[in-house]
Design a protein around this ligand. Sequence first.
Ligand SMILES: NC(=O)c1ccc[n+]([C@@H]2O[C@H](COP(=O)([O-])OP(=O)(O)OC[C@H]3O[C@@H](n4cnc5c(N)ncnc54)[C@H](OP(=O)(O)O)[C@@H]3O)[C@@H](O)[C@H]2O)c1
Length: 659
Amino acid sequence: MECAFVGCGAAAGLYAAGLDASTLSLAAVCDVERARAEELVAPRDATAYADIDAMLDAEAAPLVVNLTGHEAHAPVTRRCLRAGRHVFSEKPLALSGAEASDLLALAERRGVALGCAPLNHRSETQRQARHVLADGRLGTVRLAYAHAHVGRVTEWHDDPASFLRVGPLYDGAVYPLNLLVEWFGPVTRVRSADAVDLWPDGESHEPERPTHVEATLSTAGGPVVRLTASFYAPHRSREFTSLELHGDDGSLYVEDAGDMGGSDRPLVSFGGRGRPYTAMPLQEPARETPYLAGPERLAESVRRGAPDRRSASRAAHLVAVCEAIEDAAEPGSPVDVESSVADSSAVAAESPPPVWTPEESAGNDGSAAVRLPPVGFGCSRYRDGDYVDRRESIEMALDAGYRFFDSAELYGNEHRLGEALSAPGSPDRETVFLASKVWNTNHGHATEACESTLRELGTAYVDCYMVHWPEAWAYTGPLRRLAERPVETQEAMAFPRNETGEIRTADVSLEAVWRDLESLHDRGLARTLGLCNVDRETLLDVLDFARIPPKLVQVERHPYRPRTDLVTACHRRGIRVVAHSPLSAPGLLREPAVEEIARERGISPAQVVLAWNVTRGVVPIPSTTDRDHVVENLAASGTRLSADRMVRLDDLADPDFER
Ligand SMILES: NC(=O)c1ccc[n+]([C@@H]2O[C@H](COP(=O)([O-])OP(=O)(O)OC[C@H]3O[C@@H](n4cnc5c(N)ncnc54)[C@H](OP(=O)(O)O)[C@@H]3O)[C@@H](O)[C@H]2O)c1
């Protein structure tokens, strides 16, 4: 669709940057300073105008993108709507609630689309935060802190006068408010408000409205909001446009409510009850939402024959909120806010896509493959010949957003994972992938082992139940809570030896234990089955006799030991490969190639090695007890390595590698 830009300030450059990749084409540009319009059209096949009436008379472009200064938004939008054009306006839609409602009514009468920024709720960061809410991790949310520290506009904007004439609410506070209205429904009441003149001496521009505003607001179905909007507090202060939500079961912090995606570090963190905040990395490559996405969506609604006005309706409500705050800040009593926005408070009622879904998707050859998060979390206690406690790191991993946990009866701590998963504010069971394994001594007792694991995990089913090793060893009794027994008992039960120190094996074939696993699958106790520590030949044997074929194969895999034949065989058959011990091969993280790529990409050596697996569609399950590493490892989910870097890491393959 053809469009015209009106206004050629800083925003126009941001919108124009997306034109080459857009479904919109620019036909005309208008600015009262003709030279600015000419500069913008110069590299494009578009016409420059200095007068909006002349442009609307001469041009047929059905969509106008209004990028003028704050006070010009409403008059320009009105003029264009009257000319029968669809309009997307930068925020604010208008400077009074009545004016904003008039524009909406006018668009409705004319049957045209009207849209308005901000559309921050559509960016990946804000969607991630929304998913945490929908997961129920905060419980009932009763309190929100919203900041809009727009800062000294004189320092960072080429047209500070326009900001200083409208105050900090209409341009800054709308970001966190937009999210709150989208997530919890309209603001219903300004409970209290205060507006203060704070401004440093010697500034070139003088504000025309109070520069610092504080208010307490009620929302229809959600929290009480304490809002602070300021031109005085610098935009580099700790809080810029942040939003912090506190619920009965946890807290959520969104560092930049206005963020439009593409950040290479996590902007959302979660704090479980009584626990410190943990950063939540995105689990897919970061992607920026272009400014033009708003006008494009509007054009799409027109093409569908249903001209959209929803974002304008929300924007009109935001203007009414800002106005009500200003009114309430005048000496007097609280002011009720009228709203035409539907109450969309039911965060829990709408279920956005979880981080991963257990449904199956097509494998390389069209056979069904299990969908998994790109990186999982290993729960083993073993660490260089020692045992470590994993309770805290498992809780941290849940907080950071891991949704695939690798466990086993051998680890002796499955109840720790179960406790974390049943704590208030933990994610829905359906959104977590739990894998566990039957240990070598239990090949003749797989049913008993699996039932014990389910009790420990506090779940009715595991998402994948696996054979830990293909070899069967002598039975030593149930291994439940091995971690709570003396170390010598743990060793004796897990590694039964005869007098000469050799492992005592048992005569249980792999086929026999697999049959038991198939029965567990039939009973619904294991949604899928898997094999650990197998080579290609063993896998093919199992595929020959299996009635229910394995969906996961877990093996040690890292650049020293790429297991290419096995991975290829699995991917061809829609079997997902999980890489255990992905980081701990001696010397791997200090390999010059790994360190070089880490420097080139600005990531850590561990992230390089994890991304090597992720890029090939293999899911690494690193284990760590370190808070920073928990976050860093998950952040590798979004990192893909280029083909030449993959080759440099492939070159590390060592056929003689042994631990
Ligand atoms: N199926 C099987 O037979 C089998 C066998 C082995 C393992 N596994 C599974 O695989 C999981 C992981 O394997 P693993 O525990 O052997 O080893 P790993 O994940 O390869 O390595 C763990 C080691 O790496 C360090 N580390 C973690 N993140 C790091 C980072 N970002 N930077 C630097 N160092 C980092 C850890 O120290 P910090 O704690 O200080 O971070 C720890 O010393 C296990 O928990 C288990 O679930 C399965």
